[in-house]
Design a protein around this ligand. Structure first.
Ligand code: ADP
Ligand code: MG
Length: 299
């Protein structure tokens, strides 16, 4: 379900509305003895914003790395619009999957505009080198690309800062620039890894609107985020990873109401219902709290 159906009518490309854009099946990633991601299935359909949440170390970024060719999954397969994704990240970008990073990766000493232009040329390995070395091919393509790059800077609200060095932007704007750079590769699927990390509440709200607008451009979105309000406002579906495994998946209300998710975040065991002893203990404590004036506790 989406909150806005305009996307489905305006989605570019030959794929049908509601078509599966990303189809990850049985993705497992092991590092030596550690299984960071275990047998995870996840789909993203066109017109959708899907959230991926879970405690720190749950395997969310590792899963993204498996989707974008940074890692080759130990097991499982990842399809984008029906085709198995190649195992090199520049080929994945060329295929139509773009991403941002949990730790911002911009060219710090390039301008805002140049960073977006580089994003356009990461569609091919040759294009990337040409852009980095400013070869003749780049100069020619640059002219054609500049217009689109400026459109994207207008879209994210950084057009006025086109000539600023990336490293001089405030943190929130660097995150936005990363999104513009990812969009410059004209993706059909955008993966965002903690896009609001380090942002203030206003910037976070603005990012929410930005992600809706990206969805309305016909780009499916998969987003990792710790800010639950952001996730539950934004996402059509949310999947919860815990210790590398998908624990729950559903719409925001379903996930919010699932006690296993709450338990996972509080670090409590969720396999067993509370035993008699615990229930009695809680009831006793509550009775005491009602009778006596409130005391500081750590719970
Ligand atoms: N390249 C790597 N080599 C070894 N272990 C890794 C590597 N990348 C991630 N891990 C481990 O995988 C687990 C999941 O990490 P990560 O995917 O970053 O979690 P999340 O993004 O959910 O916080 C962690 O235990 C982490 O230490
Ligand atoms: Mg992470």
């Amino acid at each position: 379900m989406t909150t806005d159906t305009t996307t489905k009518d305006t989605a570019p490309g030959p794929h049908a509305p509601g078509e599966t854009v990303l189809d990850a099946r049985g993705v497992t990633m092991r590092f030596g003895g550690l299984t960071a991601v275990r047998n995870v299935d996840l789909t993203v359909n066109s017109g959708e914003i899907v959230g991926l949440i879970g405690p720190n170390g749950a395997g969310k970024t590792t899963f993204f790395n498996c989707l974008t060719g940074l890692y080759t999954p130990t097991e499982g397969e990842v399809r984008y619009k029906g085709k198995i994704l190649p195992s090199q990240s520049f080929k994945v970008t060329a295929a139509g999957v773009a991403r941002t990073f949990q730790n911002i990766r911009l060219f710090a000493n390039m301008t805002v505009l140049e960073n977006v232009l580089v994003g356009r040329h990461t569609r091919t390995k040759e294009g990337l080198w040409s852009a980095l070395l400013r070869g003749p091919g780049f100069k020619k393509a640059e002219k054609a690309s500049e217009e689109r790059a400026m459109e994207l800077l207008e879209f994210i609200g950084l057009a006025a800062k086109r000539d600023h060095l990336a490293r001089n932007l405030p943190y929130g704007e660097q995150r936005k620039l990363e999104i513009a750079r990812a969009l410059a590769s004209e993706p059909g699927l955008l993966l965002l890894d903690e896009p609001t990390a380090g942002m203030n509440p206003q910037e976070t709200r603005a990012t929410e609107e930005l992600v809706f607008a990206i969805r309305d451009m016909g780009i499916a979105v998969l987003v990792i985020e710790h800010d639950m309000r952001f996730i539950f406002n934004l996402c059509d579906r949310v999947a919860v990873l815990v210790q590398g495994e998908k624990l729950v998946e559903g719409d925001s209300a379903t996930v919010q109401g699932d006690e296993r998710v709450v338990a996972a975040y509080l670090g409590e065991p969720y396999e067993d219902a509370p035993g008699q002893a615990e229930v009695a203990e809680v009831e006793a404590a509550e009775a005491q709290a009602d009778a006596a004036p409130r005391k500081e506790t750590d719970r």
